[in-house]
Design a protein around this ligand. Structure first.
Ligand code: ADP
Ligand code: ADP
Ligand code: ZN
Length: 215
């Protein structure tokens, strides 16, 4: 199963990707997570990426495409993958098509999560992430058992540098301008499945699983 999760910041891509990993045993490929790891490691790529990320802009296409190309060639992607946060621009979508052709793979489904802007802001400002295992929580909608601690590994929870009001607004704008057009791109390819992302986490999961059964 080769899937793309599309949707604005805070739509629930990471949350749903993690649930699909459990269900199908295929890896989640999150360009955001990979870029944050590079920032953390202070690699030259990470230092460059950080400037764009903290401003809420996109990291240049060639950088992100390079990371994904390498990742999709790894053995654990043989039986499928879940792309979370990639592609985000037309050139990224075109490059993905080319990389998949080179690897003899095709996409099965592009799930586009629809969530109102007001709800996105509430989700992003309340988002907390484990510094050790990366698991996501929400202060209100998916709280940890113990304040500030990951329910899965006990690690410390943190708020992402880019989950601030000003940066969030810019990320929304960038999404509308650069990423939303990908809905049409994949609709034309007959791959787009529009999913209501406004329900709670398990309701959205059920909707996605039902959609994937048809492909
Ligand atoms: P994305 O990867 O699309 O940016 P996340 O999966 O990180 O979004 O979700 C953003 C925040 O919203 C997280 O704190 C997550 O726990 C929460 N969240 C995800 N899905 C839902 C949902 N269906 N209802 C309420 N909160 C949600
Ligand atoms: P969100 O959970 O809000 O959707 P991500 O974790 O996917 O955010 O991405 C965080 C930041 O990393 C983005 O705002 C952007 O700067 C950068 N980034 C992630 N994926 C891409 C991509 N495919 N192309 C360009 N930049 C990206
Ligand atoms: Zn953890």
């Amino acid at each position: 199963m080769n899937i793309i999760l599309l949707g604005p910041p805070g739509a629930g891509k990471g949350t749903q990707a993690a649930l699909l990993v459990k269900k199908y045993g295929i890896p989640q490929i999150s360009t955001g997570d990979m870029l944050r790891a590079a920032v953390q490691a202070q690699s030259p790529m990470g230092i460059e990426a950080k400037k764009h990320m903290n401003a809420g802009g996109l990291v240049p296409d060639n950088v992100v495409i390079g990371i994904v190309r390498e990742r999709l060639g790894e053995d654990d992607c043989q039986d499928g993958f879940i792309l979370d946060g990639f592609p985000r621009t037309g050139p990224q979508a075109d490059s993905l098509k080319q990389v998949l052709a080179e690897l003899g793979k095709t996409l099965d489904s592009v799930i586009s999560l629809q969530v109102d802007t007001d709800a996105l802001v509430v989700r992003l400002t309340g988002r907390r992430t484990c510094t050790d295992c990366g698991k996501g929580f929400h202060l209100q909608f998916d709280p940890p058992a113990e304040d500030g601690k990951c329910s899965s590994c006990g690690g410390e929870l943190m708020q992402r540098d880019d989950d601030t009001e000003a940066t969030i607004r810019n990320r929304m704008k960038v999404y509308q301008q650069q990423t939303a057009p990908l809905e049409d791109y994949y609709r034309k390819e007959g791959l787009l499945v529009v999913v209501d992302g406004m329900g709670d986490i398990s309701t959205v999961k059920q909707t996605i699983l039902a959609a994937l059964q048809d492909c």
